[in-house]
Design a protein around this ligand. Structure first.
Ligand code: TXA
Ligand code: MG
Length: 303
């Protein structure tokens, strides 16, 4: 079943139903070494599935849950099986801010494991209709909870006793986390922004190729008309076979609309989509989540 959350739709199964968990990997065509996060209805449920609950976890849950923050913590070995965590000793926990999913989880009394409800490496779904276009009705029942308000996946943070590591950027930033915890060490794990360290990727889902649309995507700060055909030739394109879109200037609006944008159809006589992005994007952390998705979805950035 696909469930609505405030970030993206998830393809869900109760964490104790192994056959249904296997089916998630099958339907998504996702490799078994990529772990799933589990969705809880509150902090009390979360604690049950962890080995330890550091002071930082308590503070972050109080501030951001329900909401777009996933915390990676040491797992309870008895209750969280290796299929979910791909053999790891840690588990990702998230309390989604959507009344339908929260009700469902609390009535079932058990967490739901759920990755984003898209095929592996493809664009994530921020509307019920996006899920319906990727999976047949026979395979996946979609619990329609409307459009996702945040629009990109949760921030993932590994929580240790003295330290946080951001494994995936989202709309909750390191500044937001620091405001709650005060003087805290926050590192960024390796994301697409830092390809040179790809061997150090801690979160297996953070591969370079991800969120991919059905057409080649190029992006840059200039408008398409200002770009030289010489620059486009490197990609096998020219100006007149590109279709341009402009990313909204407000990061929250851009995030909300991002996956619909990556699912637009380009006209049949065009070969690529060119996305003009705001000029301040690379400077401010609030854009990092959107930029990370775009870098993984695109084939290049034009200076
Ligand atoms: O907003 C979200 O987080 C959405 C909604 C449905 O809740 N879910 C989501 O799940 O984005 P998924 O599976 O598409 O992305 C979860 C990421 C994957 O990159 C996975 O590798 C990573 O979390 N992950 C899961 N468990 C982990 C763990 N124990 N340690 C490190 N990374 C982990
Ligand atoms: Mg995903």
């Amino acid at each position: 079943m696909a469930i609505p959350t405030e970030t993206v739709y998830g393809l869900a199964a109760p964490i104790n139903e192994v056959e249904k968990l296997k089916r998630i990997f099958e339907l998504k065509e996702r490799p078994l070494f990529d772990p799933l996060i589990i969705h809880v209805s509150d902090k009390i449920m979360a604690k049950k599935y962890c080995q330890s609950w550091p002071d930082y976890a308590e503070k972050l849950a109080d501030k951001f849950w329900p909401g777009p923050l996933t915390m990676v913590l040491e797992k309870n070995e008895e209750l969280v099986n290796d299929l979910i965590t791909a053999g790891r000793k840690t588990v990702g926990l998230r309390c989604p801010n959507h009344y339908l999913s929260l009700d469902l989880i609390s009535q079932m009394g058990i967490p739901l494991a759920a990755p984003s409800a898209n095929k592996f490496t493809k664009t994530s779904p921020s509307k019920a209709d996006h899920v319906k276009r990727s999976f047949s009705e026979k395979d996946v029942y979609v619990l329609d909870g409307g459009d996702c308000e945040v629009g990109i996946e949760s921030t993932i943070v590994k929580v240790e006793h003295q330290k946080l590591t951001i494994l995936r950027s989202g709309m909750i930033t390191s500044d937001d986390l620091a405001k709650v915890l005060g003087d805290v060490e926050i590192d960024f794990g390796v994301t697409a922004l830092d390809d040179t360290k790809s061997e150090k990727i801690e979160s297996p889902g953070q591969y370079h190729k991800h969120y991919c649309p059905d057409f080649p995507l190029l992006m840059g700060e200039k408008v398409l008309e200002e770009i030289s055909d010489e620059d486009l030739k490197n990609f096998g394109f020219s100006k007149n076979n590109g279709e341009q879109r402009v990313l909204e200037g407000d990061p929250f609006v851009a995030a909300r609309n991002l996956y619909s944008l990556l699912r637009t159809k380009i006209s049949p006589d065009k070969k690529f989509l060119y996305l003009k992005i705001p000029t301040d994007m690379k400077q401010s952390e609030i854009w990092r989540g959107v930029l990370d998705r775009l870098q993984k979805a695109s084939i290049g950035f034009i200076e």
